[in-house]
Design a protein around this ligand. Structure first.
Ligand code: 3BY
Ligand code: FES
Ligand code: FE
Length: 419
C-alpha cells in the first residue's frame, strides 16, 4: 500500500464505528468509502441475509440458467426438469473452474469447460472421464446455495443457516404479489447500470421521496411523494389528509377485488420489508410518462388497469413496483466500496408482443430517467462522503424515516455479524 492510500483509507475499527453511530443521522464516512467496511458488508450483510437476485422468468424453461456474482462468490441459478429453480456455487468440483461464464443460457447438462466434468440440472456429477476405479461421483455434486422463490421473486442466501424469518415475509407477501402472476410474464427489458457510489447511498436514496420533487420530473407524474412518509407542515397537511382519504378509499375497493393493499412495515426484521399498494396520480394506471398502461395486454386476469402500484421494498437490496400492465424490479449488488450494480427488469405479460402491445421506449422511459437521476445523486453523495468536510447529517423526521430504518437495520445487522 502506498502512503497516499493509507491517508485516504485510515484503519477503521469497525466495532467502534458501529457502536458510536448516532440514530437519526447519516452514517460516518468510512461506511461509504472504506474497503474494510465493504469487505465486512459482503461478509455480514450480503452473505448472511436473503438477497434478491432475479425472477422465475429469468429461467422460464427447464435447462435455463442465469449467473450472478455476489462479492467473490459466483452463483448459478438453474431450472431443473422438474421445474424447480435451484442455486449452486458456480464452481466445478474437479479443480474449481467456473462452470458457466455467461449471464444466461440454456443447457441439457452443466458441462465444465475445463475437463468436461458433467453435472445434471440437480447439481449431481454424472460424468468425469479418466478418474480411477471406485471414484465416487456422488461425493462431487455441486455445492448448493439456499434459494427461495417467493411468487416468482428469487432470493438467495449464502449462509449455512439463512434467516428463518424469510417464511414470515413470504406468508405476508405472497397474497400481495401472486395476483400479478410473475410466472406468466417475460422479461421485456433488463438494464444494468453501474453507479460510482457506495451501495448504501443507493439504498438510502431509494427509501425517501424528499428528493423526488427536485429531481424526478418523470416519476412524479404518477408517484405521490406522500407514499414515502410526508410532512405535517401547514402547506402539506391538507394534501396529506386528502391523500390518506384517497388511500383508504382505494384500499377498500382493491381489497374487495381480492388485491391485498394495506401497508405492512417490518423493516426491522432480519428479513426486513415494507409493502403497500399505492394509488398512482392522474389516470392511476402505471408508472409511465402519461400514467396510462404501457402494455395493452394486462398481466394475469386484470380487466382494469387502475389498480395503482403495489410496492415492495426489502432489506438490504431490492425494491419492486407491480402494476396492472407491467412490473419493474430492482436488484442492488455492491461491486466495491465505491461502485454498485443496479439491475432493473421490466416484466410484461408473456404473450404481449413488442411493437404491438407495448413499446420498449415508453415502457422504460420513467425508470430509465429516474435511475439516471438517482445515479447522479448517489455519485454526488459519494463524492461528498470522501471530503474531509463530510460529517453525518440529520435525516428529516418527516420525509426520511424510512432512510433511518434502513441505516438502523444495517448498523444492527452489521453489529450482530461482528459479535
Ligand atoms: O420508487 C422508488 O423506488 C423511489 C421513489 C423515490 C425515489 N426512489 C427511486
Ligand atoms: Fe472442471 Fe476440471 S475444473 S472439469
Ligand atoms: Fe429517486
Amino acid at each position: 500500500m502506498t502512503s497516499s492510500t493509507i491517508a485516504f483509507h485510515p484503519a477503521v475499527n469497525l466495532r467502534e464505528l458501529v457502536a458510536r453511530r448516532v440514530p437519526g443521522y447519516s452514517l460516518e464516512a468510512p461506511f461509504y468509502t472504506s474497503p474494510a467496511v465493504f469487505d465486512a458488508d459482503m461478509e455480514h450483510i450480503f452473505s448472511k441475509h436473503w438477497i434478491y437476485v432475479g425472477v422465475s422468468v429469468d429461467v422460464p424453461e427447464p435447462g435455463d440458467y442465469m449467473t450472478v456474482q455476489l462479492g467473490q462468490q459466483p452463483i448459478l441459478i438453474v431450472r431443473d426438469d422438474d421445474n424447480e429453480i435451484r442455486a449452486f456455487h458456480n464452481v466445478c468440483r474437479h479443480r474449481g473452474s467456473r462452470l458457466c461464464a455467461e449471464d444466461k443460457g440454456t443447457v441439457g447438462n452443466l458441462v465444465c469447460p475445463y475437463h468436461q466434468w458433467t453435472y445434471d440440472l440437480s447439481g449431481k456429477l454424472i460424468f468425469a472421464d479418466h478418474m480411477q476405479e471406485g471414484f465416487d461421483l456422488s461425493h462431487h455434486s455441486l455445492k448448493s446455495v439456499h434459494l427461495r422463490n417467493m411468487a416468482g421473486l428469487l432470493f438467495i442466501c449464502l449462509a449455512d443457516e439463512p434467516p428463518a424469518d424469510f417464511d414470515a415475509m413470504a406468508e405476508v407477501m405472497t397474497p400481495y404479489i401472486a395476483p400479478h402472476q410473475i410466472d406468466n410474464t417475460k422479461v421485456a427489458v433488463q438494464v444494468d447500470i453501474i453507479e460510482q457510489g457506495n451501495w448504501k447511498l443507493t439504498l438510502e436514496n431509494n427509501r425517501e421521496c424528499y428528493h423526488c420533487t427536485g429531481n424526478h420530473p418523470e416519476l412524479t407524474v404518477s408517484l405521490f411523494a406522500y407514499s414515502y412518509g410526508f410532512a405535517p407542515k401547514e402547506e402539506t397537511a391538507e394534501g396529506l389528509r386528502q391523500y390518506e382519504e384517497m388511500v383508504a378509499d382505494r384500499h377498500q375497493h382493491w381489497e374487495s377485488c381480492g388485491l391485498p393493499s394495506t401497508e405492512v412495515e417490518r423493516l426491522s426484521d432480519v428479513s426486513g420489508f415494507r409493502t403497500m399498494r399505492m394509488p398512482l396520480d392522474r389516470s392511476g394506471e402505471s408508472q409511465t410518462l402519461d400514467t396510462n398502461a404501457a402494455c395493452k395486454k394486462l398481466l394475469a386476469d386484470f380487466k382494469d388497469a387502475s389498480i395503482g402500484g403495489l410496492s415492495f421494498w426489502t432489506q438490504p437490496n431490492s425494491w419492486h413496483h407491480f402494476m396492472a400492465d407491467h412490473i419493474v424490479t430492482f436488484s442492488v449488488i455492491p461491486l466495491s466500496a465505491d461502485t454498485t450494480l443496479v439491475r432493473t427488469k421490466w416484466l410484461v405479460h408473456k404473450d404481449a408482443v413488442e411493437g404491438v402491445d407495448y413499446d420498449v421506449k415508453n415502457l422504460t422511459a420513467v425508470w430509465n430517467a429516474t435511475n439516471d437521476q438517482d445515479r447522479r445523486l448517489v455519485e454526488e453523495s459519494h463524492h461528498g462522503a470522501k471530503s474531509k468536510a463530510y460529517q453525518p447529517g440529520p435525516y428529516s423526521p418527516f420525509t426520511e424515516t424510512l432512510v433511518e430504518k434502513f441505516s438502523d437495520w444495517y448498523i444492527r445487522r452489521l453489529g450482530a455479524g461482528l459479535e
